[in-house]
Design a protein around this ligand. Structure first.
Ligand code: NAP
Ligand code: GDD
Length: 363
């Protein structure tokens, strides 16, 4: 049978890597996009026009669009990655987050049932380490009790349980990957890692003075997104539908991430002070280049995530240490150093062009 994947959230970080991965495996890949005033699909632009890559308008908030699309595509695998995925934003838009991240999962499951594809279509649900929230044990594995600690996590908890319910009630092949934080050069720019690597690059090249962060003590188990999408696929190839923790088993603080990113950008940091008064100083110049702002504190913050990937390692044969923390930070920082340098060149060309136009040197 031809392998046909439908990816919700195809324009996101994971959706773009997963599309590349599945296309390389010979899949026909269909992705859901939604209407926006700026059609800016940077992460998948290089895939558009490929014969096996197809995009369709639909929305996780619109059942009818999902039912029609699942019926039209007749996928053999659905990867439900679409979500309002920013934890801090979920405190400001909790209802929207619940609609997309919780009820959206139900809509996908029902779209499959409505089209009578329960027995032919496997479903992957993008679950999250945020379910562990105010953690009850360290490290966290598939048996660790959940304690969601944000509107995002509560919405994702519904997604997790409704997937389990449909698996048991209707014998569907639907599973959750409980993924710990995974980052890349394609990570959204307001997540802490990318915010840091971009700022380190801008500060190193004289385009920004200071980076403002929230909780520097927060600990995360950070992996590389490109390694993690392989696991999403492996979970659906497993003989039985099961949930898996996907993590590296290594933990670092936000402060450690920042120290290393600045190092790769050519700036050595020295930390002084505590809490809201903590600052990161450029050892060479004595300038403060990192400071703490309450604006980035959360009403409740998840501060100690560390995953135990033993099950994924033994049952899926997945390698959690493919890309080390150091390599991840280096590749993201090097990418952003080049990006910022490119922006500088483009700005200079625009300035020169404006000047030449004004002086009538070019018309
Ligand atoms: P992301 O970059 O924020 O991408 C989210 C995707 O969801 C985008 O394609 C977005 O489309 C789409 N989307 C949002 N609302 C939608 C709606 N109403 N209808 C249709 N599409 C909608 O997220 P990511 O980092 O790739 O993460 C993928 C999934 O894994 C998410 O469900 C996230 O919660 C989960 N997860 C991520 C991590 C991580 O560390 N990255 C860890 C655990 C779980 P637009 O481009 O149009 O906004
Ligand atoms: N975003 C952000 N910005 N976070 C900051 C900042 C800042 O300026 N300063 C400190 N942090 C801290 C946050 O308080 C949090 O404890 C940690 O850095 C990580 O924040 P994010 O990078 O925003 O990611 P997240 O862990 O909240 O959520 C991501 O990972 C989850 C998996 O654990 C998202 O990708 C979620 O969608 C995903 O489920």
């Amino acid at each position: 049978m031809n392998k046909k994947a439908l990816i919700t959230g195809v324009t996101g970080q994971d959706g773009s890597f997963l599309s590349e991965f599945l296309l390389a495996k010979g899949y026909e890949v269909h992705g859901i996009i939604r209407r926006s005033s700026v059609d800016f699909r940077e992460r998948i632009a290089h895939l558009e026009g490929k014969p096996n890559f197809h995009l369709h308008y639909a929305d996780m908030g619109d059942s009818m669009s999902l039912v029609k699309l699942v019926g039209k595509v007749q996928p053999t695998e659905i990867y439900n990655l679409a979500a309002q995925s920013h934890v801090q934003v979920s405190f400001d838009a909790p209802e929207f987050t619940a609609d997309v991240d919780a009820v959206g999962v139900l809509r996908i499951l029902e779209a499959v049932r409505t089209n009578h594809l329960e027995k032919s279509c496997k479903i992957y649900q993008a679950s999250t380490s945020e379910l562990y929230g105010k953690v009850e044990e360290i490290p966290q594995n598939e048996q660790t009790p959940f304690h969601p600690y944000s509107p995002y996590a509560v919405a994702k908890l519904y997604g997790y349980w409704i997937v389990k319910e449909y698996r048991e009630a209707y014998d569907m092949f639907c599973c959750s990957g409980i993924l710990f934080n995974h980052e890349s050069e394609r990570r959204g720019e307001t997540f802490v890692t990318r915010k840091i690597t971009l700022a380190a690059a801008r500060i190193a090249q004289g385009n920004q003075d200071c980076l403002y962060l929230g909780n520097l003590d927060s600990k995360r188990d950070w992996g590389y997104a490109k390694d993690y999408v392989e696991c999403m696929w492996l979970i659906l190839q497993h003989p039985t539908p099961e949930d898996f923790v996907i993590a590296t088993g290594v933990q670092h603080t936000v402060r450690e991430f920042a120290t290393l990113a600045f190092h790769y950008a050519g700036i050595e940091l020295r930390w002084e002070g505590e809490g809201i008064n903590e600052i990161g100083i450029d050892v060479k110049t004595g300038r403060t280049v990192v400071a703490v702002s309450e604006d980035f504190y959360r009403p409740t913050d998840v501060v100690n995530l560390l995953g135990d990937p033993t099950k994924a390692k033994t049952e899926l044969g997945w390698n959690p240490s493919k890309t080390s923390f150091e390599e991840l930070v280096r590749l993201m920082t090097e990418h952003d150093m080049a990006k910022v340098a490119g922006e500088g060149v483009a700005a200079k060309v625009r300035m020169n062009l404006a000047e030449y136009l004004e002086k009538g040197i070019v018309k």
